[in-house]
Design a protein around this ligand. Structure first.
Ligand code: T4K
Length: 373
């Protein structure tokens, strides 16, 4: 019998789900209230609870992270060109195209795999209005350098913080940097509401504009101030978020243990490079990327396939680069010669499974496949 049949498949992630019975009282309340969406009581409670937990001033909940990104651009009236990273999930750039904005790709830093601040200035043109970096895998960008460039050129900074729930750097939430930060609460994320997302902002006026925009631009029964969209989070998702929040610290600790076991098991394995953290004081262990270098006995894709053959469904986040997809590859900034570091990372990366209930035995099983080649 092959290894694949000895254990159930292991996916790159598995959502953390509290016992179903604990969710029933929330559902009963919804059934009693008959308030299903449009900023109901659970929605309000979750916004407050997340502000407290994350240490941020204002948060606007959304039905998913992509709509939150799209709305973030509208909220700040971003137009023209936005400087961003090709090494991310497609939603990052798609949110720009949906707003008629041209993404301008800059290369990434070889250590952090985040946008390389040294490459930003050369990409700025008279049409540039904003920078949209990604805290890739939850590792904070060089927020100080990015802000300095933005200030010098009068640009807005919108962080795609889809991976960065709970991450702290320099004693504060990384979500407090930039003009806006956008979270994803998708099923595959550290904190999930099945589907969901949020925009973090610094002042009540911006929060009001975002709240209007996510509700069709409606201010009151007879006033519509903007061509808004329907981006609202429902009461079921918000209630689930409140329940999830109770278990988040334990879930993060379990993730940390998985991360530590991988690091110990992979230390010194020739050709396997684990990404270091980028100085965060509180990490969230959202992903466990490894880079498979030429001195490893197998190619990246051969190892990826080997893992699959053994029932381990790791993922190559982020291969292909966003800039290689058909709707982007014609852009001048999408040229491979402009993005050599990102191209290399995309050809080497494998994200190994990491989630709270991944057992030590499962991690060891995965490590044995990698170390045993
Ligand atoms: N910006 C960044 C940087 C992002 O990474 C994302 C999302 C966004 C923006 C947009 O936020 P959202 O609009 O999604 O809120 C997944 C997710 O769908 C996506 O949310 C995420 N990034 C991206 C990195 O990963 P896929 O296509 O890899 O998902 P999928 O369905 O293959 O799921 C991966 C594995 O997770 C499955 O093999 C099994 C497990 N899984 C998945 C789901 C959906 C479960 O166990 N249960 C589930 O319900 O994109």
């Amino acid at each position: 019998m092959s290894a694949a049949h000895e254990i159930p498949p292991i996916y790159v992630t598995q959502p953390y789900l509290p016992p179903l019975a604990e969710f029933m009282p929330y559902l009963e309340q919804i059934w009693e209230n008959k308030w299903l969406t449009n900023g109901g009581p659970f929605h309000q409670q979750l916004e407050q609870a997340l502000c407290d937990y994350l240490g941020v001033k204002h948060i606007a909940l959304f039905s998913n992270g992509t709509l939150a990104l799209m709305t973030a651009m509208q909220a700040l009236r971003i137009t023209g060109e936005v400087i961003t990273t090709p090494y991310s999930f497609v939603a990052t750039s798609h949110s720009l195209l949906w707003n008629g904005i041209q993404p301008v790709f800059v290369d990434i830093d070889p250590v952090t795999l985040n946008m390389d601040p040294a490459k930003i200035e050369a990409a700025i043109t008279p049409q540039t209005t904003a920078i949209m970096p990604v805290h890739c895998y939850g590792h904070p960008c060089d927020v100080a350098r990015i802000q300095k460039i933005a200030d010098n050129y009068g640009l807005k900074v919108i962080y795609d913080a889809a991976h960065a729930f709970g991450v702290q750097t320099d004693g504060v939430s990384v979500l407090n940097h930039g003009d806006l930060s956008v979270l994803s609460f998708h099923a595959t994320k550290v904190f999930n509401t099945f589907e969901g997302g949020a925009i973090i902002c610094h002042d009540a006026k911006t929060k009001q504009r975002i709240d209007n925009l996510k509700n069709f631009g409606i201010v009151d029964e007879v006033t519509v101030v903007a061509p808004g969209i329907n981006g609202k989070m429902s009461e079921i998702n918000a209630a689930f978020g409140l329940l999830q929040l109770k278990g988040i610290d334990a879930a993060l600790q379990q993730r940390q243990a998985v991360d530590a076991r991988y690091r110990a098991g992979l230390a010194g394995v020739r050709g396997i490079h684990c990404l270091p953290d980028t100085g965060e004081q509180v990490a969230n262990y959202a992903y466990f990327p490894i880079l498979v270098r030429p001195d490893y006995p197998l190619s990246r894709d051969a190892l990826f396939q080997k893992l699959r053959d053994c029932g381990v469904f790791a993922r190559r986040y982020f291969y292909p680069l966003i800039s290689d997809f058909p709707m982007y590859r014609g852009l001048p900034s999408a040229a491979q010669s402009n993005l050599p570091v990102a191209g290399k990372a995309a050809s080497e990366v494998i994200c190994l499974p990491i989630y709270p209930t991944l057992s030590g035995e499962q991690v060891d099983f995965i490590l044995n496949i990698i170390v045993g080649q």
